[in-house]
Design a protein around this ligand. Sequence first.
Ligand code: NAP
Length: 336
Amino acid sequence: MILVTGGTGLLGSHLLFDLVSSGKSVRAIKRKTSDTGMAKKIFSYYSDKADELFGKIEWVDADIMDFVAMDDVLEGIDEVFHAGAVVSFYPKDHKAMLKVNIEGTANLVNLCTERKIRKFCYVSSVAVLGRAVNDGVSDETTYWQPSKKNSVYGQSKYGAEREIWRGMEEGLNAYIINPSVILGPGFWGGGNSGLFSLVWKGLKYYTRGINGFVDVRDVAKAMILLMDSDISKERFIVSAENCSYQKIFEYMAKYLGKPAPSINVPNAMTGIAWRVEALRSFIMGTLPEVTKEMATTTTMVYTYSNEKIRKALGFEFRPVEQSIKDFSEFFLKDHK
Ligand SMILES: NC(=O)c1ccc[n+]([C@@H]2O[C@H](COP(=O)([O-])OP(=O)(O)OC[C@H]3O[C@@H](n4cnc5c(N)ncnc54)[C@H](OP(=O)(O)O)[C@@H]3O)[C@@H](O)[C@H]2O)c1
């Protein structure tokens, strides 16, 4: 049996869909407070039998911070896909994010090593690659460099990835994937899916930053192919294309039938924007719309090589424009 963490989230729900669609037996954890509604919605984008497929998942309440509960959850499990994490660029989440992402992963590593789980997949991020010193294209050998430019999210994923490497030294049969910015449908209210909503509402501004982008369906597919391969003790960047945010917004505008953002925000202006926003949110007691980390990410140039996974698996990525076209169709159906 397979265990999935993070199954209520964007990536985990797509992974669950692929696993149960191919007839695999799957257990997924959720927290008592979790909402599985969006995961079910994700199934409905891809199948007329969404309810039936979703009903095949064995959901168990457990928090990855709860060592004892996780030990019970692992009973009878052969393979683990660990996609659960706190993903946030809000300062209010920093402390919990570091704790859950690092200590929660350490819990799983220790339990899975002890139980001699057949194979373990950890979902890391390109945020752990040495972006600060590398002006060229980052690959799997571009190691973490301490820098003020590293986000707290990046620090948490780096700490978690180190736990996986430690586990591998202690006998855990694992591999790591490092996705770039994951594009996907459904979670229109926030995260990267929230970019569709911004463009839909008439976003006027863009920044000159460049980043790697990848379709959530390709990330899930790569995870399963690697699980079913002989490959372990390696990490793989999972990124379809390096694109500017301007281009991403242009594609979204094109397929949502909206005007593309046309005003470039110079880097210096984003520095002013997040400071003003921090003050406004402090006074109003609301979440800032732009944080320092968001402003930094969207103005920097980060590029990634996907050569390793393409060679290892013969993997072909969907073009980013195709992904945005498909997800725009889901967005338009959801906003009729
Ligand atoms: N999104 C991206 O662009 C991106 C890029 C690279 C890597 N990644 C990595 O990919 C993975 C999935 O990301 P995502 O975008 O799918 O995130 P997401 O939609 O925010 O989902 C996060 C998942 O983690 C679960 N979770 C959080 N804290 C937990 C805890 N203490 N115990 C158990 N489960 C917990 C959440 O459960 P609840 O429903 O209970 O909150 C949710 O299912 C993460 O590891 C992330 O770091 C994401």
